[in-house]
Design a protein around this ligand. Structure first.
Ligand code: CUA
Length: 440
């Protein structure tokens, strides 16, 4: 009697565990990097394929395991029992186990091949093109129809197809926004394509993006953020990105005191576009590192500092939690001066790698910094974009992110790759930080 009860109890317990696990897996609302909650037609198609595979795979698994268990139990050895009858050749069985798997494979293959063809075809003609370039270890996003480049923060209009043209500057990377679409390899000397349409029902929101192909020391630190916006807000953002670098709030941004509609803000460099206004304006020079940075409070919307009001909800998963490595000190209480920072930037090695639109800095090696002050993160999604982190980044980037090619600029430090010495004091770095954070 107990011999009968025990397997039954075990089976009940096992079933309970399986159901509990399955239910737990269904709750994906709190999993920001899940692919089971897709927000584009491409993500939806992949998810459908997954469901089909799971269904047929489960069916095959259950059937095979049941047959196995049945045979093991039914034909097990018992004292005094004759050996079971041996069978050689059974045409019906052989036809069955050829036809049934062939049918299942066809049921899986047809929608898979259809989906591949659907999304390998050209994107719809009205798609917004984004040229994605993978670098060790950051992402460059160019919007050729609008004529600007940005880095590590991708903006997409909800309900409009985006056509990504992907290539790499160095090694193989892979472009992936789990909740929207991907993955697609990013390769040198070859352009790969990917297109999808963020659901038109999406409001302003933020999504995590990753490099999904091992690409060296900071592969895990090669992240990005994708922001979806209503189309009108996207157009407003894009129009602002096209402008050369400006101090302070963007032109005509709503609710920005001191920026009456139609009045271009002062450009940072004499001779830059819109030059009638005072060329130098030290707007919102922030307190550089050492300022009591309220822990856990980080501007999430790109926009909060930039004067835009996209009302992007605060998402904990989009706020970098990377701790500052031990020993990276910075003088407390320094207040940077953005105008001094601008001058320092323009005559230091910064211009050898970075572009700031409307200034002499025009090198494509590092991320474009024209509107860096309006980004939420630095170092490809690794740290929040605030004075505390930016100052330490400029002072000693290699200590903040393994393998990064940006040298340490702090006085007394040496570039681990070239042994070149850093020359900037903390006070000078604070000035540059004030300048960069003012570039909204
Ligand atoms: Cu780029 Cu991994």
């Amino acid at each position: 009697m107990t011999g009968m009860l025990r397997p039954r109890r075990l089976a009940t317990a096992a079933l309970t565990v399986v159901i509990a696990l399955a239910l737990a897996a269904c709750n994906n609302q709190d999993l920001p990097n899940t692919t089971f909650n897709p927000h584009s037609e491409f993500g939806g198609a992949i998810d459908d394929l997954w469901d089909k595979l799971l269904f047929w795979g489960t069916l095959v698994f259950v059937f095979v395991e049941a047959a196995l268990i049945f045979v093991v139990v039914r034909y097990r050895h018992r004292e005094g029992r004759p050996e079971p009858k041996h069978v050689h050749g059974n045409t019906t069985l052989e036809i069955l186990w050829t036809v049934v798997p062939a049918f299942i494979l066809a049921v899986i293959a047809i929608p898979t091949v259809k989906t591949i063809f659907q999304f390998q075809s050209s994107a719809p003609a009205n798609a917004i093109q984004v040229n994605v370039t993978g670098h060790q270890w950051w992402w460059e996003f160019e919007y050729p129809q609008y004529g600007f480049r940005t880095a590590n923060e991708l903006y997409l209009p909800a309900g409009r197809t985006v056509s990504f043209h992907l290539k790499s500057q160095d090694v193989i990377h892979s472009f992936w926004i789990p909740q929207l679409g991907g993955k697609r390899d990013v390769i040198t000397n070859r352009t790969n394509y990917l297109w999808f349409t963020p659901d038109s029902t999406l409001g302003a929101d933020v999504w995590n993006g990753f490099c999904a192909e091992y690409c060296g020391a900071s592969h895990a630190n090669m992240k990005f953020r994708a922001f979806t916006l209503p189309e009108a807000d996207f157009e407003r953002w894009a129009a602002h990105q096209k402008l050369p670098a400006v101090f302070g709030p963007p032109a005509g941004a709503p609710g920005t005191p001191g920026a009456p509609a139609g009045t271009p803000p002062a450009p940072p460099a004499p001779g830059a576009r819109g030059g009638a206004a005072a060329p130098q304006q030290t707007a919102s020079a922030p307190n550089a590192a050492g300022a009591p940075g309220a822990p856990g409070v980080v501007p999430v919307a790109a926009t909060q500092g930039g004067g835009f009001d996209f009302a992007i909800p605060r998402r904990e998963y989009a706020i970098p939690q990377t701790p500052i490595p031990d020993g990276l000190t910075f003088t407390a209480g320094l207040t940077g001066d953005a105008e001094r920072g601008r001058q320092l930037f323009s005559r230091s090695a910064c211009v050898g790698c970075h572009t700031i639109g409307g200034t002499l800095a025009a090198s494509p090696i590092g991320p474009n910094l024209t509107h860096v002050g309006s980004r939420t993160t630095i170092a490809a999604g690794l740290y929040p974009n605030d004075a505390e982190h930016l100052a330490r980044w400029i002072k000693n980037a290699p200590a903040m992110k393994p393998g990064v090619i940006m040298p340490p600029f702090g006085q007394g430090l040496r570039d681990p790759r070239t042994n070149a010495p850093g020359r900037l004091t903390d006070a000078q770095i604070a000035d540059i930080v004030a300048y960069l954070l003012a570039l909204k």
